[in-house]
Design a protein around this ligand. Sequence first.
Ligand SMILES: [Zn+2]
Length: 58
Amino acid sequence: MTKSISCHDAGKDCEWSASAPTENELMVKIEEHVKAEHKEIELTPENVANIKTLIKEI
Ligand SMILES: [Zn+2]
């Protein structure tokens, strides 16, 4: 099972997507991307919880 996420699914005008074998590894990639490209998004516990609802298993 692979965990996957894309910014497009989050409603962002951004073509970035990522996948990883575990949610924790995927969250590391997401945090790097958000810090680099979406500085307006604060990684509060609430936002992290919302991001996790967008993670799909593929
Ligand atoms: Zn993005």
